[in-house]
Design a protein around this ligand. Sequence first.
Ligand code: G3P
Ligand code: CA
Length: 238
Amino acid sequence: MVQTKIFAHRGFSGNYPENTMTAFKEAVKAGADGIELDVQFTQDHVPVIIHDRTVNRMTDGKGFVCDFSLAELQKLRMKEDSSERIPTFEEFLHWVEPHSVYLNVELKTELKDRGEIPELILPLLAKYGVEERAILSSFDHKALHAAKQKKPHIESAALIHQAMMNPSKYLETLGVEGIHFKASTLLMDEVAELQEKGYHLRPYTVNTVDQMNQFFTWGCEGIFTDYPDLALAVRKEF
Ligand code: G3P
Ligand code: CA
């Protein structure tokens, strides 16, 4: 059976401000196999790492990420720790390049961003030599499909947040290698069927010991967790 990889969701977000350089660095220090991060674009088309459409929840500013220039965005400070700010995707790649961890790059795209993924995200993965260990994921399956057409060798996974009919047929049409599913949306036999067909299954967000054991038992390729330290301890005993 494969050993399930542990991806630190938004970095080590259980203990540090999510999607910050500290959360990413602490995830590597803890021994996570991979890092999950959320990418979107500033008004001047720079890919930055933040989950929400707005800066309101995480920073001392207010407004939509896409309405800030990079310079404006970088003046904002994280509410949880004023020494932290929103990282750029390139800053992250520059740091992560020497660390041997997998990267799950979640594309938080909107319709207008789709053209920017091939132009602004994919070349950066090549520039930093991380294509082989990167996974592109998105709830925007059209954007994912377009990225796949452009860079077929980069692993891609469709994000889903609810149950769906005939997922394997859908994944085949989409041409992706994996499915990242909300932990409660797929049953064991559905997961097994997809795995038998060779798809990579990775549930989110897996934060309890029971859930961790469940997905380790199911032989999922990976899990996304806010607590990579806990998941590593559970996996050790598994
Ligand atoms: O990539 C898995 C998970 O991060 C998707 O949901 O809302 O946490 O970005 P969300
Ligand atoms: Ca995410």
